[in-house]
Design a protein around this ligand. Structure first.
Ligand code: PMV
Length: 320
């Protein structure tokens, strides 16, 4: 009744922003991401009849804030009449700061919980269950370049291209390690209800998905760079035009954008993307990794730089 799983965060290249069904947490748009290799979350789930309630420990500290969402995720996977669980989580990067820790946490949780309860769910079923807790988590069940498509009443997720076929690098410029001011779920709802740009965001997404999917299949970096930066800035424009405005960036985020533009204008193959937080993620060819790392490390306001290759989907480490 105990299992441990590991999952890596994923970084969206074509973003998910907005929900079509809040009860089942279904996204309003499809999305494309890359699964990372070097950042990870491990979740050990023990279903134990002697426990009086669920208990979550993250990096050796009791975490009551995240417990309700993890408990709800366990209910989805194991069933509401399940035993209580002790959940021990280990994460090797800052949590709740726009580094997609919820994606890796929920992806690892569904794999561990499913194994601990003796179920034999498929990866597709686990992706759908993870997506009910965090839309982006569904993508972390798969490795490499991953597309999430909307299907009636559900999502379907697949790898478009394995990471080792096009080994791009992701360099993360951390500009603040604090938690984000508004959760992405709450912010999406504010955007849906108030942003005048929300409907055109939904309308244009299929075109961006088509261009990005083709660019990945053709391994056309320029084409991918163009559509991904455009898609990221459109998502943030939707947020900025919401009421109240949702602004996740700080001045260092803008400095990093300028660094990436300067690098590109002097010949580096690199582009940026930014999620619901102030960190900037630079995607580059392997040959440009060192240059991009150095330039972002030297950018004013950057407190840390992490880098990663592309990795595999969530997997079970042990079960007993
Ligand atoms: O899965 P959530 O609820 O954490 O939302 C993720 C939203 C973005 O990271 C901004 C975009 C994405 O597609 O991952």
């Amino acid at each position: 009744m105990r299992a441990t799983a590991r999952a890596q965060p994923n970084i969206a290249l074509i973003k998910y922003w907005g929900k079509r069904d809040r009860v089942n947490n279904l996204p309003a748009v499809g999305s494309i991401s890359v699964t990372l290799a070097d950042l990870y979350t491990e979740m050990c789930v023990s279903l134990d009849e002697t426990l009086a309630s669920d208990r979550l420990v993250v990096n050796e500290l009791e975490n009551a804030a995240m417990l309700p969402r993890i408990s709800a995720c366990l209910d989805n996977v194991v069933g509401r009449s399940r035993r209580h669980a002790q959940i021990d989580s280990r994460c090797n990067f800052p949590v709740a700061a726009g580094l997609a820790s919820s994606a890796s946490s929920f992806a690892a949780t569904v794999v561990a919980a499913s194994a601990a309860s003796g179920s034999t769910s498929s990866t597709a079923e686990l992706a759908s269950l993870a997506g009910r807790s965090s839309g982006s988590a569904a993508r972390s069940l798969y490795g490499g370049f991953v597309e999430l498509r909307n299907t009636p009443g559900d999502v379907s997720v697949e790898t478009i291209l394995d990471g080792d076929q096009w080994p791009l690098k992701v360099i993360i410029a951390v500009t603040s390690e604090g938690p984000k001011p508004v959760s992405s779920g709450e912010a999406m709802e504010i955007s849906r209800k108030t942003s005048p740009f929300y409907s055109s965001w939904l309308e244009n997404q299929p075109d961006d998905l088509d261009v990005a999917r083709a660019a990945i299949r053709e391994q056309d970096f320029e084409k991918l760079a163009g559509v991904c930066e455009h898609n990221c800035l459109k998502m943030h424009s939707v947020m900025w035009a919401s009421r109240p405005a949702i602004v996740y960036w700080n001045s260092a985020t803008l400095n990093c954008m300028q660094t990436v533009r300067d690098l590109r204008s002097t010949g580096s193959a690199v582009f940026f993307t930014i999620d619901a937080g102030p960190q900037l993620k630079a995607i580059c060819l392997e040959s440009d990794e060192q240059r991009v790392r150095e330039a972002l490390s030297a950018t004013t306001g950057v407190v840390d730089v992490l880098s990663s290759g592309l990795g595999d989907g969530a997997r079970l480490l042990e079960s007993a």
